[in-house]
Ligand binder design. Structure first.
Ligand code: SAH
Ligand code: DHB
Ligand code: MG
Length: 223
């Protein structure tokens, strides 16, 4: 992207974040601690965190499932949208990420239980299905993009009519539009978009998300 466009996107995002998604000390400490622990800075933006929070509130979610925890930044936004007694189950394959997240999430959302589960997300989801876990009200998919379609299939088995299913990084600065690309994450996101666009159990849209590049959030509701 040319630098002027990148700068404009970044300034638009900052304009929105300054007004609508300022970081309180807990969220700022989350980012600082994640950075200090060497985690990659691939968390959602503050503006997108606010969007996740609003979608969870608008849908009246009480039980949230997240696939891909990292340091728990998006987890915090989602957990704060839940009423007292709410639950977030968040799945993370990397034990070091999960450790950082647990510390970051301690006391991050009053009255809400946050359960960080370590392990491959597909395995954890299969386990939850086998244990007849109650359906979730909202699912946020944000782990390895190459398996988004697998996560969707499993998430649908933990859903009910009206469950909201979200997925991050489904535009990848337009790479998802390329029929042929070396970027396997873009291929995974492209397959996800094709699946939700035609899925008989879903109504969906992809919303572009501006940062310094353009990415996207997939939003679906289960029929
Ligand atoms: N949702 C976070 C960012 C998640 S980054 C936020 O916005 O704050 C993606 C995370 O998915 C990484 O921590 C990575 O370790 C994890 N991940 C990758 N493959 C996974 C898998 N197979 N199962 C569970 N988590 C996985
Ligand atoms: C990557 C992963 C993400 O979830 C994200 O939002 C941005 C980048 C990555 O793996 O590079
Ligand atoms: Mg992401």
């Amino acid at each position: 992207m040319d630098p002027l466009t990148a700068d404009l996107l970044e300034r638009i995002n900052s304009y929105v974040e300054e007004r609508f998604a300022p970081l309180d000390p807990v969220l700022q400490r989350n980012l600082d601690a994640s950075h200090a622990a060497g985690l990659p800075a691939i968390n959602v933006s503050a503006a997108q965190g606010k969007l996740l929070y609003l979608l969870a509130k608008i849908s009246g979610a009480r039980r949230v499932l997240e696939v891909g925890t990292l340091g728990g930044f998006s987890t915090t936004w989602l957990a704060r949208a839940l009423p007292p007694g709410g639950l977030v189950v968040t799945l993370e394959v990397d034990p070091a990420h999960a450790d950082v997240a647990r510390r970051n999430l301690d006391g991050a959302a009053d009255g809400v239980t946050i359960d960080v589960r370590v392990g491959d997300a597909a395995e954890s989801l299969h386990q939850m299905i086998a244990q007849s876990e109650a359906p979730f009200d909202l699912v946020f998919i944000d782990a390895d993009k190459i398996r988004y379609v697998v996560y969707l299939d499993l998430a649908l088995r933990l859903s009910r009519r009206g469950t909201v299913i979200l997925a991050d990084n489904v535009i990848r600065h337009g790479l998802v539009m390329d029929e042929i690309t070396d970027d396997e994450s873009a291929r995974g996101a492209r397959a996800y978009n094709a699946l939700i666009a035609a899925h008989p159990r879903l109504e969906s849209i992809v919303l572009p998300i501006l940062r310094d590049t353009v990415d996207g959030l997939a939003i679906s509701i289960v029929r």
